[in-house]
Structure formats: C-alpha cells, structure tokens
Ligand binder design. Sequence first.
Ligand code: SF4
Ligand code: SF4
Length: 132
Amino acid sequence: MAGVAIITEACIGVKDRACVDVCPVQCIYEFDVAGNVLVSEQQAGSGVVENSHEANPESIAVFSDTLLYVNADECTSCAACYAPDVCPVGAIYSEDQVPDGGPTSPKYNASDPNVGHDHRFFVQLTRDVFAD
Ligand code: SF4
Ligand code: SF4
C-alpha cells in the first residue's frame, strides 16, 4: 500500500538526490545550514529553490544536513521515490513499510546515545523536523 515517504538512516552521508529526481511535487528537502532553512529545488542540483520551510531546531539538530527530509504534508504518496531501484542504498520507504533499525545501525537518540531506534523514530522525525 502506498503511503507517505520516509527517509531513514541509510541516506546519511549519501544524499545522491535520486529520490528528488523522481518526485513530481518537489516535497523532498535539504537543510541549508547557512540559511537555517529547509529547501527543495525545482530540479535536483539546479540551485533554484521551489519551496522552503523553517526547521524545528531540536529536530534538525539530530542529523542537520546529513540526510534529506520528506515533507509529509506535501507528499502525495505517489510511491515514485520508494519504487525499487530508485534509492541506491534502500533508505526511503512508504510510511507503513519502514523497518526497525538493525543491531549494527548507528545510534539515533541525541538525548540518550545508548538508545537505538525502531521504525517510529524516522516517521516521527520526518513529521517533527518541519516547523511550519
Ligand atoms: S511518494 Fe511521491 S510525492 Fe512523496 S516524496 Fe516520494 S516521489 Fe515525492
Ligand atoms: S535516493 Fe536514497 S540516498 Fe539518495 S537522497 Fe534519496 S533517500 Fe538519500
């Protein structure tokens, strides 16, 4: 079943924007550290901003600009970005298909680095990171 797209830990440090290239509504955002704003581009790498949003300071502080973020309010659940073979590292899922992190996953909880994550972590982060 198609659902809102969620980007997870495998995107960290990869960010090749393959998902951005196939998204028809430009709802996948990068965090611009210098501008302190989440931005989506008309075309991946074009530098031409399509949309922008304020970031929730606490949520964006967890991963900053190391991965991309889907705006769940704008995502149409079209399923293009999580179709097989789009993401080279298997980082993007339908909301109802996000797996739990494996035992070798990095630690995700900024307030308690000894706590790993289950699938709800990135679902919640996706919803929290947009402040407006
Ligand atoms: S499911 Fe469709 S609309 Fe949502 S982020 Fe992926 S490509 Fe964009
Ligand atoms: S295709 Fe995968 S690795 Fe590339 S930016 Fe999107 S989620 Fe990240």
